[in-house]
Design a protein around this ligand. Structure first.
Ligand SMILES: NC(=O)c1ccc[n+]([C@@H]2O[C@H](COP(=O)([O-])OP(=O)(O)OC[C@H]3O[C@@H](n4cnc5c(N)ncnc54)[C@H](O)[C@@H]3O)[C@@H](O)[C@H]2O)c1
Length: 243
């Protein structure tokens, strides 16, 4: 029961990594707010988790929606200890053909959405003198393999983490970035087989990661075992890219 009585806010909790993160923290004793734009999916996450989990519909790219979700967490649990920003989207666009709308949407969910949840979360964490933030980036931010908005949003998340880590260290808040490589979630389901094969050939451990492998690292970073780790990129990628 590593996270007994900790209150944890997890975005992108309707499926994939976010769902695995919710299930991990709940199984380890945390009270978890599972947050996703897809309300039905996040209800299923809550129902399939052991322990105390509430499902909250929220669009992380909308600051008012995030504020409302955070105030529901405060009302339900009275405090906040951990924010895990997992929600993310992609869009397949050639660079020179990228529509304004797709640029704004991807940056809006991945980067601005992480900022909104960090900002509201930190306001609550300051009330109890500390906490932990975990932002989820992507190995694409390092390799550049991906469309410009996605890669820029994920590189931006690394900068967001570092700035927060420095400024908030004196308030007892640690902030780190998990940098997943190819991971077996619904996001990857649509990828053509030959791309998948090429990708797996580039992974020294010879396979994709599982969402639970990312969730275990989130659990570690939120625990006292990681008490001297802040501002870091923690890669979970089977050796695909070395940080
Ligand atoms: N799967 C991979 O191989 C991989 C690799 C590197 C990084 N990542 C990153 O990891 C994170 C999780 O990936 P995944 O594969 O589990 O994704 P996924 O697509 O399976 O799940 C993402 C979840 O985010 C939710 N979401 C989307 N927009 C939202 C919004 N505006 N507000 C709230 N929730 C929203 C979706 O409804 C969905 O439940 C993402 O940030 C992704 O970019 C994934």
């Amino acid at each position: 029961m590593k996270h007994k009585d900790q209150v944890v806010f997890v975005t992108g909790a309707g499926q994939g990594m976010g769902r695995a993160v919710v299930q991990r923290f709940a199984a380890e004793g945390a009270k978890v707010a599972a947050v996703d734009i897809n309300e039905e999916a996040v209800r299923e996450t809550a129902e399939s988790s052991e322990g105390e989990v509430i499902a909250l519909g929220c669009d992380v790219s909308n600051s008012e929606s995030v504020r409302q979700a955070m105030s529901k967490v405060k009302a339900a649990f009275g405090r906040l200890d951990v924010v895990v920003n997992v929600a993310g989207i992609g869009s397949v666009d050639e660079f020179a053909e990228t529509p304004d709308e797709n640029w704004h949407r991807v940056i809006g969910v991945n980067l601005t959405g992480s900022f909104f949840c960090c900002r509201e979360g930190v306001r609550l964490m300051k009330e109890n003198g500390g906490g932990v933030v975990i932002n989820v980036s992507s190995s694409a931010a390092q390799s550049g393999e991906g469309p410009s908005h996605y890669v820029a949003s994920k590189a931006g998340i690394m900068g967001l983490t570092r700035s927060m880590a420095r400024e908030l260290a004196s308030t007892g808040i640690r902030v780190n970035t998990i940098v997943p490589g190819a991971t077996n979630t619904p996001m990857m389901a649509g990828i053509p087989e030959e791309w998948m094969e090429a990708m797996i050939n580039g992974i020294p451990l010879g396979r994709m990661g599982e969402p639970e492998e990312v969730a275990r690292v989130a659990s570690f970073l939120a625990s006292e075992d990681a008490s001297f780790i802040t501002g870091q990129n923690i890669a979970v990628n089977g050796g695909m890219v070395f940080i």
